[in-house]
Design a binder for this molecule. Structure first.
Ligand code: ZN
Length: 324
């Protein structure tokens, strides 16, 4: 698939290996974990002392992993967004030679949250960097970055991560392999979501609940039972909605015969059963309805009312667009 991330096949990987990389790299993604992971891979490849870069286990890769590589500097140090004083400190230090290696790397988190005046202040440094200095700017919203900065950077729009890259990344946190593969199947390429699932103590239970809801919730008198479970899951409701969306999405793929797009392959029998109960139109409407549910949750509307409306909506859509 075109959106797969295989780091060693990327252009930037080859440029680092051949010592041709640009001094300023802009990584662009909405997924902050993905930005962290990609920056980590780039920096490890730059410093790795093994033949098979990035090995992840040599002393340099280990130091980078544990944030104690002296020539890799991450900004801002404490806050979420770089402050003006820190930026001045950064700019002054750029011309100082690296401590241990031939190059040093500045990683700037949340770069698109920095105001334009400060971006402009960094511009000159990006235009004429000393030979040893490299910059990795992490950007969640590239429309907020000055065009002059963009023109100085190699821009890398990060793809969704493929299954193996996600598993590779989650295994660094030593989670259980069954939970990891389940999290990866449900995360729709989002590393942030995969991490959240893998660390949730109720993830497996939430998946069972959503399958049960889609397979067995058929009559309005059952609403009390399903609602009472959801009333007690306020902290997990966004996970549950994402699980619900993912199941509906893969069920629509299954109904349309697009089975190679399905990642919930382990649950194909259940998807098949759901696809027999809901028409394609009903499922598409149900997917649309969740946008409204998420909006109401964000606006802090009465939680139990949102749950009631969500459940009623499922029955309504099912009856409005029956399976023919
Ligand atoms: Zn290494």
């Amino acid at each position: 698939m075109a959106d797969e991330l295989n780091f060693k096949e990327t252009q930037i990987y080859n440029e680092i290996i051949n010592d041709e990389m640009m001094h300023s790299i802009m990584l662009i993604s909405h997924d902050k974990d993905m930005l962290d992971f990609y920056a980590y891979k780039i920096v490890c490849t730059m410093f790795c002392s093994s033949e098979n870069k990035p090995c992840g286990v040599c002393p340099n890769c280990q130091k980078i992993k544990h944030n104690n590589m002296v020539d890799v500097l991450t900004y801002p140090k404490d806050e979420d967004v770089l402050k003006s004083t820190e930026l001045s400190e950064l700019i002054d230090s750029v011309y100082e030679l690296p401590f241990e290696h031939s190059k040093k790397v500045y990683i700037i988190n949340n770069f698109s949250d920095i105001d334009i005046l400060m971006q402009n202040k960094l511009l000159k440094t990006l235009e004429e960097p000393p030979n040893h200095a490299y910059f990795i700017l992490k950007v969640t919203n590239d429309t907020a970055v000055l065009p002059t900065i963009k023109s100085r950077c190699q821009k890398i729009l990060l793809p969704k991560m493929d299954k193996n890259a996600l598993i590779d990344c989650l295994q660094q946190n030593n989670a259980d392999i069954d939970i990891i593969s389940m999290s990866v199947a449900f995360c729709d390429g989002s590393l942030a979501l995969a991490k959240q699932y893998a660390s949730s103590t109720t993830f497996a239970e939430d998946v069972d609940f959503v399958f049960d809801l889609l397979l067995n919730f058929k009559k309005s008198w059952q609403m009390v039972d399903y609602a009472s479970v959801l009333y007690n899951k306020k902290d997990e409701i966004l996970d549950i909605i994402h699980i619900y969306l993912k199941i509906l999405q893969d069920t629509t793929y299954h109904v349309l015969g697009l089975n190679d797009l399905i990642t919930l392959t382990k649950y194909i029998d259940k998807l098949d059963a759901i696809g027999k109960q809901f028409s394609l139109d009903a499922m598409i409407q149900m997917i649309k309805d969740t946008t409204l549910v998420i909006e109401k949750l964000e606006r802090n509307c009465n939680y139990n009312t949102i749950v009631d409306e969500f459940l009623l909506g499922i029955l309504e859509d099912k009856h409005k667009w029956p399976v023919t």
